[in-house]
Unconditional design. Sequence first.
Length: 202
Amino acid sequence: MANKILRINSSLFGNNGASTQIIDNLVEQLSAKLTHVEVITRDFSTQAIPHVDGEWIGALMTPEQDKSDEQIAKTQFSDKLIAEVKEADYLVIAAPMYNFNVPSMLKAWFDHLARAGVTFKYTENGPVGLMADKPVFVVTTRGGMHKDTSRDTEVQFIRTFLNFIGLTQIEFIYAEGLNMQDNKEKALVEAEQQVKQAVATV
Ligand SMILES: Cc1cc2nc3c(=O)[nH]c(=O)nc-3n(C[C@H](O)[C@H](O)[C@H](O)COP(=O)(O)O)c2cc1C
């Protein structure tokens, strides 16, 4: 059985994104530790993730036998995103900070993943995630410095969301101050060290 790594590139800059380059390095190191590796990549800069909208929720709420072709296509797209996460053994997510949160397409991807009865359910004791837990690596790149401040709602949001669907084994890697004078190189070296430490946990 192959070890499946699902790589999520959410930088606007595609392969040139700082977060993309760090996760590429992480995926390379992780792949070197595993046998029979299969890497599945979603690059939002080339494959846009549509925002969930009225037609999408309408499609989900329409019984299977009554769905139009368009509704079937909408549901199948979301189903595929969920299946990719379910089938992955490892998730590697690039999460640059854009306007104090995740890139909007990463939020859209999360929106597609949150499906009542499929990836989470409510019980009398509160919500329960239905995804089988697996290691998740999240690389967050920032122009400024935000870690451990009240401004860093991004990391808190990502953790809350992933926990909600059942994913609790999360390693965060930070590259901060990338747009601050003379700081970029140091931040990238520190990120590289964090990548090594994170991969060593596998
Ligand atoms: C649209 C946009 C919004 C940004 N918003 C923030 C921000 O709120 N805080 C911050 O520290 N940096 C911000 N930045 C800087 C990025 O976080 C930084 O350039 C980071 O390296 C981007 O990662 P990437 O190259 O993987 O896309 C922003 C950059 C862009 C393009």
